[in-house]
Design a protein around this ligand. Structure first.
Ligand code: SAH
Ligand code: SF4
Ligand code: F3S
Length: 441
């Protein structure tokens, strides 16, 4: 009996890439590849890459070096690179990495089965052409998995915002919304297979439908999703503060399944920096949206992204960011040191913030955020939270799930509860999670 062909797939970067990796698995299953966790067993290795910061890109080259040895031992091994670094570098990657066989861009997943077949015949090839019309999202397979209770559903791809630091518009292309009928069909299919929670996914979901004639907007899409029978929880990510409209804020009061959590990246608390970043809102407007959100959904958990050391960021600008964080009281913040990216507008700005200063600012920011996160987590002690149990925790004998506000909770309970929504009383608040106990009926 043949063991079939094995695929080792490594995913870097954001949820968009995680979601694309699921599609890659489905596509390659169709041509006989089964996933393996062991690269030394693989017939095909694919790296799905991220280039949002220089470090993410360097990681890809480091990993590629490691596969050189493996390929020497196993000359038939096919090595492919997809995702945002592949899109950025294109055919140059094939020239620079002689042991690489396949390069496929962010719009070309559907070509992968063909490309793998050609590589099996010894070809080396790159496909990175953008497909800038709505047929692009029809080319990717829908999610056909039958396990799990929580799923991401792509509703749009690409980005038209051109924040001056960001490479995403260049590697993901123009913003395109998927047809609402297709989104709703996919979610209905998932719910029939037992899914209870969906997260609508896109670089900027708030502008869903804006460019498509006759398409519904994001608020209408949310309302339609909430009408699907059996859907218990709805989330969405990522939102852009400039498109965070009043009707969208009202959804948090009006749609019962919409979870009490929002990821709303501010990037900076200084108006001068926000303007240089081309973010399209002020600190005051951002804080105004947060106040309305808290009024619409008391207890809502807010998370965000912050960049420190943007070109020209002064100590006062940075302090404005810290004070914004104190005012918002984020449950969590993903914080990054500014990284200069090719093609972006900010790459041409004078980078006045020194390396040590950037690091020192990041350290201060992290200390502040850890304090706020711990205070928030401890504040949950004694409350009862609805928790969707997702699986067994890494801590032995425990299960884990998330609250509506997206806080991770560990509980000691029987594994039969995986996939159910339970009431949990919070007993401890830690830095990265909550500990709880099942409320007995
Ligand atoms: N579409 C999402 C995610 C973009 S990438 C959004 O708009 O929020 C995720 C985060 O990476 C960004 O929010 C930003 O904080 C960070 N980021 C993007 N480009 C960066 C750069 N050049 N240097 C440092 N951080 C960056
Ligand atoms: Fe990048 Fe800005 Fe688009 Fe987000 S909104 S992906 S930060 S350009
Ligand atoms: Fe990275 Fe591409 Fe996502 S650059 S953050 S994987 S869209």
């Amino acid at each position: 009996m043949t063991r079939g062909k094995l695929l080792y797939l490594e995913t870097f970067g954001c949820q968009m890439n995680v979601s694309d990796s699921e599609k890659i698995l489905t596509l390659l299953k169709g041509v006989g590849y089964k996933p393996t966790q062991d690269p030394s067993q693989a017939d095909l290795v694919i790296l799905n890459t991220c280039s949002v910061r220089a470090k993410a890109e360097e990681k890809v080259y480091n990993h590629l070096v490691q596969y050189k040895g493996l390929k020497r031992k196993k000359p038939g091994l096919i090595l492919g690179v997809g995702g945002c670094v592949a899109q950025q570098e294109g055919v140059r990657l094939l020239a620079n990495v002689p042991h690489l066989d396949i390069v496929f861009g962010t719009h070309n997943l559907h070509l992968l089965p063909e490309m793998v077949r050609a590589a099996e015949e010894g070809e080396r090839l790159a496909e990175v052409a953008f497909i800038d019309n709505e047929t692009r999202l029809d080319l990717f397979p829908v999610d056909d998995r039958t396990d799990g209770v929580s799923r991401f559903v792509t509703v749009m791809q690409g980005c038209d915002n051109f924040c001056t630091y960001c490479i995403v518009p260049y590697v993901r292309g123009r913003e395109i919304s998927r047809r609402s009928a297709d989104v709703l069909d996919e979610i209905s299919g998932m719910v029939e297979k037992g899914v209870m929670e969906v997260t609508l996914l896109g670089q900027n979901v708030n502008s869903y439908g804006a460019k498509a004639a006759g398409e519904m907007n994001f608020v209408s899409l949310l309302r339609e999703v909430s009408k699907i029978r059996g859907i218990e929880r709805i989330r969405f990510t990522t939102s852009h503060p400039k498109d965070f409209s009043r009707p969208l804020i009202d959804c948090f009061a009006e749609i019962p399944q919409l979870c009490g959590h929002i990821h709303l990246p501010a990037q900076s608390g200084s108006n001068a920096v926000l303007s240089a970043m081309n973010r399209g809102y002020t600190r005051e407007e951002y804080l105004g949206s947060i106040a309305l959100l808290r009024a619409a959904c008391p207890g809502i958990q807010i998370t965000g992204d912050i960049i420190v050391g943007f070109p020209g960021e002064t100590e006062d600008d940075f302090r404005a960011t810290l004070s914004l964080m104190e005012e918002v009281r984020y449950a969590d913040v993903f914080s990054f040191i500014y990284s200069k990216r090719p093609e972006t507008k900010a790459a041409g700005f004078t980078d006045e913030v020194g390396k040590d200063e950037k690091q020192e600012r990041l350290d201060r920011l992290i200390v502040l955020q850890r304090r706020i996160t711990l205070e928030i987590n401890k504040g949950f002690v004694g409350t009862v939270q609805k928790v969707l149990i997702e699986g067994e925790s890494r801590r032995g004998g425990q299960l884990f799930g998330r609250t509506s506000g997206n806080r991770i909770v560990n509980i000691t309970a029987d594994a039969s509860l995986v996939g159910s929504m339970v009431d949990v009383v919070i007993t401890r608040g830690y830095q990265n999670s909550l500990q709880g106990e099942l409320v007995e009926e």
